[in-house]
Design a protein around this ligand. Sequence first.
Ligand code: ATP
Ligand code: LTN
Length: 331
Amino acid sequence: MLQDKKIVFSGVQPSGNLTIGNYIGAIKNFSRFSEEYETFYCVVDMHAITVRQVPAELRRRTYETLALYMACGLDAKKNTLFVQSHVPYHAELGWILDCYTMFGELSRMTQFKDKSAKHADNINAGLFTYPSLMAADILLYQTDVVPVGIDQKQHIELTRDIATRFNQVYGDTFTIPEGFIPTDTMKIMSLAEPTAKMSKSDPNPNAIVYILDNKDDIIRKFRRAVTDSDTRVCYGEGKDGINNLMNIYHAFTGKSNEEIEREFDGKGYGDFKLAVGEACADGLAPVRAEFDRLIAAKAYLESVMKEGSEKAMYYARKTMSKVRRKIGFVN
Ligand code: ATP
Ligand code: LTN
């Protein structure tokens, strides 16, 4: 037994500027675990290279993602914050788990199908085996809880299947993790195409609100958000645009759908969009200020990464030696 506290692990790819989807669906929820759990939050740069990256941008975004973790409330003293490629055990366990993951399972992953369609010129093996590396991230730390957005549910289920399969062959080795998927604001949709997920790699900048956008840009983007030909602010079928704006408004104000409907009763979409933009910009202002402060302190960020990877390594090493022994590698 490593320790009494339960373990939380999650990761974000440094593959683009982070969106309010990443914020609401994932990062904002991370800090709630800091006190009662042993938490590991990782910048998953190895996952990011499954899609072609410009090296200097990948490096810059790795620092930025770490700074954003902290700006969103993760205290480096209470959480282990680190970069995936700094802990080589991820690659090592990733390879091993590839050998316990079926071709058919990986073929069914919707993220693989979506990304293959988007990057038809670069359907590489890493894109295909992405979920077994993700399983390695999670299982290395004997993780109990994985806070993610709903789009990652399938990957968490596959992780559980891989861990269960491994445990059945070799006896208890991995903790079987649970996803923590907030249900009220599960999936933030594109502002331009509200039936599609808001994704940081979307080429249309008006579809996305970035965590670090300034207030004017945020308000402008919400003003242009695609809605419908109805005029009443209410949650319902066929109102994907409005539903999405209500979810975002809820995430920043805590107001329920009924409260929002009452607040905008008799008012038009214009007023509502402006209110959503303001709530979002005001909610993000402290994050942006703290980010600006941290990103200027490169040496400090490097010390956080270094300490984080040392601590992560300590935990990962224990799991790895168990795994190596069980599968029959010579010590
Ligand atoms: P990409 O667009 O490059 O595939 P992404 O925006 O999906 O990336 P990730 O780094 O893969 O971002 O995801 C980080 C976390 O943010 C994950 O837990 C994911 O579920 C969550 N997340 C991403 N987009 C959204 C969204 N639109 N709504 C809710 N959660 C989201
Ligand atoms: N696949 C995730 C990012 C990710 C992750 C993880 C999340 C990589 N490894 C481990 C949670 C736990 C994504 O695309 N959002």
